[in-house]
Write a protein that binds this ligand. Sequence first.
Ligand code: ZN
Length: 348
Amino acid sequence: MTGLDRSLHKPLRDPEPLECLSSYLAAWRHHRHTTIPQFSASIIRFSTSVAVALMEDPDFPEHPDWVDVVSKVTYIPKDILSELGKPLGPWHLAPACRIHACVACLAEHGKASRQSRSKLWTYATNTVCAFHELPLIEVPAVGWQWSDLPASERKRHAKLLLRPEQVRDSVAAAWSSVDEQLMRALAFSQLSAWAGGTGPSKLAEIIGYPDGYMDREVWEDVLCCLASSWTAKYEDPLVVLGLPQDAWNGCVNVCFGPVRKVCSGGSPDIRVFCRSTSAPLRRSCVLIAAQAIRGAYMENFLPVRDWGRSGWSRVLAHMPAAASDWLENMRSRWPAGRSVSTCPPSTS
Ligand SMILES: [Zn+2]
């Protein structure tokens, strides 16, 4: 048996809870001293189309044989691979947009070799860490994925790579101005969106979801409507209309800004939302969609005095005709009883 053959049987660490497939395979490649091109070549020996599927989506490959082929190449058990490649729900970010992480989680993992990328960070409606209540920030790599980057990139991000606790402290300091009530609203919105996307579940029961507001279609249409600009030019997405300008001593900017401009004429779909690298944009959309869909329940979290003049009611009052016609048309397809208010409020 050669040295390489023996390393096949050396135990690789178990996946972390909710670890992404690409993160675990990066650890496997390091373990086997294998580069990405060598790994791809091994996959191609069994199936070119599986290699293409893995290239197109390294976390959630869409190919009926990917588990079989990757298991043959890596000797990782199929049940582990299936679990790694299982999305948290329907709205995971597009592959190129999976660039966020909680730096406090990374600091707890310790050095890069012990880090792993969590599926919680690649889900489009999640923009705040549920454990640390800190915003997810752009991180070019996590764990062994750092070794796939050029040395110049590693050097440029040396602090993040070597001293994540320092980055955590500066993120926490910037985020400390965010009002506690708003933090609760954000956490509840995230949970609501997750439950809304995944359908009836224990999670929905826990957060007290009433029947009739759980439909994935309702969430998709409202998120998509808010994330779109409804023009063919780069302009502010609709959600910007709903953001308060002067509340909470400026923490609105920390929490929701800067929202990147988007270009989205025509008839949009949920991919508009899942292809946004802008966490502030997605955070704003989730909060205001929760206000639209959960209505009175959200008033427990968002004080009406501040959000009565902004939020969903203001979006409705200023919505361009193309957007309201589209939403009305989509609403007519929802099952009976699943509706948000699409009529402009009488006072705004
Ligand atoms: Zn965290």
